[in-house]
Design a binder for this molecule. Structure first.
Ligand code: TRP
Ligand code: SF4
Length: 405
């Protein structure tokens, strides 16, 4: 049984628009998205404002990068029928929530985020002593909280940002979830569940609060999830009341750690655009063939008869991703014995990469031809995202005394 409130079944993730994606993205992030889109209500967006926090002085290519990335998502199989796809700046509600959260976020929390100093060091050629750059993890918090997402698939480097988001949500609920007459409102909400459920809720709450019984808490949350007849505001009260707090207006998300991609680059380092060792998803098959053929191997193998060691060869890491146990056994033996050439070893690999990319390239071509379709997908996604975002924002405004009704 799942005990998270229903909105927390929502998965949200964003990607900076870096332009055309490569096999590293595919084997890391994208395949994970493909799986999640069938299991949860997914929201995937292009973080174009995030790109501006570091690349504010290079906006010429931004739009092209955005569309290229969206086309690659679609070509890889991200399905707009299952997942909501949108562009961050098309949902300006993110910015309003960011502003409101900025009022109550201590400066120290942002200065202490590890990526703040790290990135400033790494991108030395840029002046990142900007307001936007300092605030960027909080913008990410707004991205997440505006959808009340329960799960946020991210890489290791982003976990600290989800952690910050949890702290921000907790502080927000603490400051603004304690409305006047909270207890009375919660008691009133309990009665709306019907006699039987109300009794059960009270018993479970007592069990949790008096005996710290976690399973009672879980059961009570599941019970709340199943209530069709109570309004969202009341549900938030009842979730909060269970734990002895106020209303949970912004639920705390969990990071869903994406395992690091095992996809090595052409030089054996991690595949990354900045190392110039990538194979792009839409790359020409002839170029892929050429890149793989000329990929470096164990330097000990000058002639075909020189014995080699797969452990010293970047091609071997590619075999781990693409070929079967049998093929791997065959080539590793042949390599050690000096009985196969490196090109023989690479052949099944080249075949596998080309086979994997063919349908992706084919689908990308369709989308390249029909830009209108891509734009529609994003417009529809942005509209759908806005509906959810507006609801959250209305509650946030009201909780902060800004509803003016
Ligand atoms: N900061 C993320 C990155 O650089 C992208 C991102 C922006 C994101 N907002 C998000 C990821 C919200 C997850 C959830 O990769
Ligand atoms: Fe690398 Fe294969 Fe050549 Fe051995 S045979 S060095 S594993 S490419």
């Amino acid at each position: 049984m799942n005990s998270l409130p229903h909105q927390q079944q929502r998965v949200l993730s964003g990607m900076r628009p870096t332009g055309a994606l490569h096999l590293g993205h595919y084997h890391g992030v994208l395949k994970n998205w493909l799986k999640l889109q069938h299991e949860y209500q997914c929201y995937f967006f292009v973080a174009d404002w995030h790109a501006l926090t570091t690349h504010y002085d290079e906006v010429q290519m931004l739009e092209e990068h955005v569309w290229d990335m969206v086309i690659d998502w679609l070509a890889a199989g991200v399905n707009p029928g299952s997942a909501t796809l949108f562009i961050q700046s098309q949902v300006p509600e993110h910015a309003e929530l960011h502003l409101l959260l900025s009022m109550m976020t201590p400066l120290g929390w942002l200065e202490r985020v590890p990526s703040y100093k790290d990135q400033q060091e790494k991108l030395k050629e840029k002046d990142l002593a900007t307001y936007g750059f300092l605030g960027y993890p909080l913008l990410q918090s707004a991205d997440i909280l505006i959808y009340r997402a329960g799960m946020v698939p991210v890489g290791e480097d982003q976990v600290a940002h989800v952690e910050l988001t949890r702290e921000v949500a907790r502080r927000f609920n603490h400051l603004y979830g304690r409305e006047p007459g909270f207890e009375a409102k919660a008691e009133e909400a309990i009665t709306k569940m019907g006699k039987k459920n109300a009794k059960l809720y009270n018993q479970l709450r007592k069990k949790y609060q008096e005996q710290g019984d976690e399973s009672a808490l879980e059961t009570a949350r599941a019970l709340l999830n199943d209530q069709q007849n109570i309004a969202l505001g009341d549900k938030e009260r009842l979730f909060g009341f269970l734990e002895g707090g106020g209303r949970v207006i912004l639920p705390e998300p969990e990071a869903l750690l994406t395992p690091a991609s095992k996809m090595p680059g052409l030089d054996g380092q991690k595949m990354s655009k900045s190392y110039k060792n990538t194979i792009a998803l839409r790359e020409d098959p002839k170029d892929i063939d050429q890149k793989l053929r000329t990929m470096p191997t164990d330097p000990a193998r000058v002639r075909k008869t020189d014995p080699g060691d797969p452990a010293k060869c970047p091609v071997w890491s590619l075999h781990q991703v693409y070929t079967s146990d049998e093929v791997r056994l065959e080539v590793s033996e042949g390599c050690r014995a000096g009985s196969i050439g490196c090109l023989d070893c690479k052949r099944p690999l080249i075949e596998a990469v080309l086979t994997e990319l063919e349908p992706i390239r084919e689908r990308a071509r369709e989308y390249e031809k029909d830009r209108g379709l891509v734009r529609n997908i994003i417009h529809e996604g942005s509209d759908k995202a806005r509906d959810v975002a507006r609801q959250t924002l209305e509650e946030v405004r009201a909780a902060m005394g800004l509803s003016y009704e």
